[in-house]
Design a protein around this ligand. Structure first.
Ligand code: G1P
Length: 273
């Protein structure tokens, strides 16, 4: 059973300045819902109820969002606006939220390691909230990955095919397809040049990790951009044992970029009509 989901949310969101000067990028809304709430809903749908959020300076709005706002609720109680808070209230009632701060920005691997005390010695999921995923009424990406975890009991990354010119933006995997859409990872490179990329299979922001990853991260040297990369730690884990990559079913929007953010907004707007 995977009960906990980790949300690295300490990043600055520089691509959305000035909007992110005083507001966490995870609170940017697609329609009326902040990005991180989509992520928490996906985790809950996949059976997880303990949300572990890695924050940093200037991220307090995330904590306030997953809390009751007595004054606001009192004001709208009994009015036709009450239903606006139903969804978020359901999350607050059904999940626990724990927070820890990443003091220094040393990469995604380092951010995940900052969550070790919140996670403990059990397998857990990771959602990068700016990768927004949707699979309509069918199973969410994380729920699909949990099924694979239950069968193979090892770390899993979600992947999708990208345009080969874009490999510099992603972790890229190479592997052997052992089941339809499931690859046993043989190689993993963080943000390679297109000429050095073994495939166009890119890691997107959904992971299931076994807890031995923490000690592996501790031994992982800074890699691409001088940061401690989860991709490098996963490569070590793949060499020691097994890591899978899963070509998920559904759509994914890169809401860390303005283009992807607008695309997601248009997509969810058209669904709402
Ligand atoms: C991170 C990972 C990268 C992955 C990407 C998915 O990069 O390091 O391997 O492909 O997330 O969004 P970031 O986008 O944080 O630079």
């Amino acid at each position: 059973m995977i009960k906990k989901c980790l949300f690295p949310a300490a990043g600055y969101g520089t691509r959305f300045l000035p909007a992110t000067k005083a507001m966490p990028k995870e609170m940017l809304p697609i329609l009326t819902k902040p990005l991180i709430q989509y992520g928490v809903e996906e985790a809950m749908e996949a059976g997880m109820h303990d949300m572990a959020i890695i924050t940093g300076r200037g991220k307090r709005a995330i904590e306030d969002h997953f809390d009751i706002s007595y004054e606001l609720e009192h004001q709208i109680k009994g009015t036709d606006k009450e239903h606006y808070l139903t969804e978020i209230r359901e999350l607050i009632d059904n999940c626990t939220f724990s927070y820890t701060r990443q003091i220094e920005m040393k990469g995604l691997g380092h951010a995940i390691l900052s969550g070790e005390t919140l996670i403990g010695n059990e397998p857990f999921a990771v959602i990068l909230a700016d990768d927004l995923c949707d699979n309509g009424d069918d199973e969410s990406v994380l729920a699909q990955m949990v099924k694979i975890y239950n069968k193979y009991q090892c770390s899993i990354v979600a992947i999708e095919e990208i345009d080969p010119s874009e490999t510099k933006k992603y972790g890229i995997i190479d592997g052997k397809e052992i089941e339809d859409g499931i690859f046993m990872v043989k190689n993993m490179i963080e943000k390679p040049d297109p000429k050095d990329a073994p495939t166009n299979l890119a890691i997107i922001g959904r992971y299931i990790l076994t807890p031995d990853i923490f000690n592996i991260i501790k031994d992982t040297k800074p890699g691409k951009n001088g940061e401690i990369q989860i991709t490098d730690a996963l490569m070590t884990q793949a060499q020691k044992g097994m890591v899978l990559a899963y070509k998920f079913k559904g759509k994914r929007f890169d809401c860390g970029s303005v283009d992807g953010f607008v695309e997601a907004t248009n997509y969810f707007y058209s669904l709402s009509k």
